[in-house]
Every structure is written in structure tokens, then in C-alpha cells.
Design a protein around this ligand. Structure first.
Ligand SMILES: Nc1ncnc2c1ncn2[C@@H]1O[C@H](COP(=O)(O)OP(=O)(O)OP(=O)(O)O)[C@@H](O)[C@H]1O
Ligand SMILES: [Mg+2]
Length: 251
């Protein structure tokens, strides 16, 4: 199953991806995390890797070359891509956990991120998982990835919603865009400060046609760990993700 994790900037997408990955490993699944956020670069560290893999963008010769090289002989020209086929520099692996990255915007004036969107879309389409594997895609914030068709090959879209008006607005947009693509889309409430507020958010999401499959509380240990680039492997928020994963994996 390929699952994309989306939502407003700062809602907790990367944290939720990391929690889901760690819970999936506990269930003896192999997990490929796809870092599709072209701005932030904390994912490798959050997952406990020392360094980032080389971006898949480099595999096709960088942004300038992507159009030419999409027609040449690269991994991305195969009809199917399996996790065992990456050269070591392009993937990080540890005990069933794998990380690949699409690419980052590193310089001023380097142009728009469209080529990375194209690459991401093609990569996700060709990515062929084994029955014991799942892919978790840490998407860029907002809804632009839907406009670029990146979610075409995604089986389920998980929207992370924090308690804010803007986050609810983005969630409703994502729901409509995913729905119009025929994708299954569900939500998780994150950073819930109280039962009363999470209920209010759930009601709003239900009115927007989004089923909530879990509520993660505001957890000070998550916030504190984040200052070091880490995500804790215990605590209420982490434990709540166990059920979220079961529900995602259910048909
Ligand atoms: N359940 C939680 N309790 C407390 N803090 C949280 C929780 N979830 C996330 N955070 C904090 O919220 C901040 C944003 O989280 P995160 O980086 O995962 O969001 P994001 O959606 O990936 O952001 P971006 O859009 O910038 O990629 C971090 O400081 C993180 O520690
Ligand atoms: Mg993030």
C-alpha cells in the first residue's frame, strides 16, 4: 500500500510519517519512507539515519536534465521499481526501514519545483511494493501536489489536521481534490489540546466529508524531542498511531 501524508504546513505530517513508520516496523512490515518535501530536510534524522540518501533527482542528472534523461536509461525508465534496486547512495536502510528522497530546493533562483513533482509522480507510479511492504510519502505542505498529479499512484491519502481554521480549510480542499481523483482519503487530528476541541474538529471534518481515524494529543515530549531533530518512540501520541495504522491498512 502507498499512503501519502498531507496537510497544512506544520500540522505534523513528518511527525506522523515517522510514528507510522515505527509502528509499522513493530508489526513486522518493511517501510519505505519517501521524502517528497522539497523544503525541509529533517526526515533522515527523524527516522534515526545519520545522513540523507542522495536525491532521486541526482539519479536523473538534476533538474536541468530531467526532461532529457526521462527518455534515457535510468532506474526511472524501468516499468517497475523495487526497493532492492536502488544503488546504496540513493537509499538509507536499517532493519526494515528505508528512506529515499526526491530532492530539495537548495539555491536561490534555481527555478520552480515542477521537475521534482514530475519525478515524484513517475517514481510513485513505478514503485512496486512486495506484500510485506508499505510506502509512506511525506508530502509537501498544502495542495499543490494534487494539482501536479503526484497522488495518482497513491492508494490512500491521510490528512493531518491541527486545531486551526487554516488547517481545516486545507483538509477540506485536500478531501475534495483526492475525492475527485477517486482516492480514499481519511484524516487524523493532531496536537489535540482537549477532548472538547478534538470533538469540535471531528464534527467539522465530518461535515466536510472526512472520516477521522485517530486523534493524537498535544504531547510535550514530541515537541521537545523535535528541538533535537528527533521523534520519541513512546508517549500518548506515538501509541495513538498504532490504531491509525491498523485503520489505514484495513481495506
Ligand atoms: N502531537 C504533537 N504534540 C506536540 N507537538 C507536535 C505534535 N505533532 C507535531 N508536533 C510539533 O509540531 C511541529 C511541526 O511538526 P512537523 O514538522 O511534523 O510538521 P509538518 O507538517 O511536517 O511541517 P512542514 O509542513 O514544515 O513539513 C514540530 O515542532 C513538532 O514537534
Ligand atoms: Mg514536514
Amino acid at each position: 500500500m502507498k499512503i501519502s501524508v498531507c496537510g497544512k504546513g506544520g500540522s505534523g505530517k513528518s511527525t506522523v510519517v515517522t510514528f507510522l513508520a515505527k509502528q509499522a516496523l513493530r508489526k513486522k512490515l518493511e517501510v519505505l519512507v519517501v521524502d517528497a518535501d522539497d523544503s525541509n530536510s529533517g526526515m533522515a534524522r527523524m527516522l534515526g539515519f545519520d545522513s540523507h540518501p542522495l536525491p532521486l533527482m541526482d539519479l536523473v542528472g538534476g533538474k536541468a536534465m530531467i526532461k532529457k534523461r526521462m527518455g534515457g536509461q535510468t532506474l526511472l525508465n524501468q516499468t517497475e521499481i523495487r526497493t532492492g534496486e536502488f544503488a546504496p547512495d540513493f537509499i538509507r536502510r536499517r532493519n526494515g526501514l528505508m528512506l529515499v528522497g526526491i530532492g530539495k530546493i537548495l539555491q536561490t533562483m534555481e527555478g520552480c519545483a515542477c521537475p521534482m513533482g514530475v519525478l515524484n509522480r513517475e517514481f510513485l507510479k513505478k514503485l512496486t511494493l512486495e506484500p510485506n511492504q508499505i510506502a509512506l510519502v511525506d508530502m509537501e505542505a498544502g495542495v499543490e501536489h494534487f494539482g501536479r498529479g503526484i497522488d495518482e499512484a497513491i492508494d490512500k491519502v491521510l490528512v493531518v489536521v491541527e486545531p486551526s481554521f487554516d488547517s481545516l480549510q486545507v483538509a477540506a480542499k485536500i478531501r475534495n481534490m483526492a475525492f475527485s481523483m477517486g482516492k480514499k482519503v481519511v484524516a487524523v487530528v493532531n496536537k489535540a489540546p482537549s477532548e472538547a476541541i478534538s470533538q469540535k474538529i471531528e464534527q467539522q471534518l465530518a461535515a466536510d466529508g472526512l472520516a477521522v481515524i485517530g486523534v493524537l494529543p498535544q504531547d510535550p515530549s514530541v515537541f521537545e524531542a523535535c528541538l533535537n531533530g528527533d521523534v520519541p518512540e513512546k508517549g500518548q501520541a506515538f501509541e495513538a498511531v498504532d490504531t491509525v495504522l491498523d485503520r489505514l491498512l484495513a481495506a
